[in-house]
Design a protein around this ligand. Sequence first.
Ligand code: SOE
Length: 395
Amino acid sequence: MTTPDRPHLRVAMIGHAFMGAAHSHAWRTAPHFFDLPLRPDLAVLVGRDPARVAEAAGKLGWSATETDWRRVLGREDVDLVDVCTPGDTHAEIAIAALEAGKHVLCEKPLANSVAEAEAMAEAAARAARNGVRSMVGFTYRRVPAIALARQLVAAGRLGDIRHVRAQYLQDWIADPSAPMSWRLEKDKAGSGALGDIGAHVVDLTQHITGQRLTGVSALLETFVTERPLPAAAGSLSGVAGEGTGTVTVDDAALFLGRFDGGAVASFEATRFALGRKNAIRIEINGSRGSLAFDFEDMNVLHFFDGDDPDETAGFRRIVVTEPGHPYVGAWWPAGHGLGYEHGFTHQVVDLVTAIAKGEDPAPSFADGLQVQRVLDAVERSAADDSRWTPIEGDR
Ligand code: SOE
């Protein structure tokens, strides 16, 4: 359903690579499946190279282009800025956009350092006092099976949470000849597997359990330290050319943690798990039941109900495609399944709804800051022989 009579929300998006494509799809699709209170306009796409941004705008459905994000902030006909650039630019763009009175959606991890994330959270709090909203893009929260997991925990179906076991496994750089990219440069990405994918499981486990990590003990490892530079000019990393470049981030991050509700946890984030493409695996064990999820089978949630009689108890495979499941009623008949892109569409739905209602959406920049503090504690622990390291800052 499109809603032409509704007020418009005019979006400018900065960046048009992988995340830009996923966000564009979501902005385009959300009003056609959900009854949104505001109608998103894909108004301006921003990229540094005029030819590349024009091509991307045509492909992704944007009405106009711009090559300098600062010019967009001065425009009256832009209501929201969607930040899909590498992490080193998040703080500058997001803070300037909030100060210009634009709502902001910012990709994860929120920033490359705790100091940047603190400045962003402060800017978000100031802007919120003037009705300007902000959200960080931990999109997997909006996978229906994850949203159902949170509902089950919140309803007490797991009882007291004892164990959290979380992995985010990919293999796209397991081959040492895979080229350099901005994701492998500390200056651009902040950290490696830790911030890129570990941040997701930190957010997800805290979101599902409703608890916060209080401390960690960690190991970081870089298996391949030199990689060929990408041949193609115009690489986002700015390192295109002959020869090799140095990897300055972790390839794998492992850590133990404690949650403030008493649960103990183990985390693993790696891009070297050959054969695992995007395996976000979360298992939670409570005093009354257990949950297990794997993104590679993302429409399914496994639930063990400890109240069942022993004779018939067992993990129940819930196909999370019923109309009564979170977000699913807007889509297809039961059993027809959703994909990676739907999490982004649900993110747009929740953000637009919060803006229209005058509410602060979640996850907030303050939530993004708290995840950043966990990432920082992991790095400090790993640099200090895995010393137990408390997470700093307020709840
Ligand atoms: C690359 O590792 C990446 O695209 C992450 O940056 C995303 O956050 C994740 O959703 C998929 O993998």
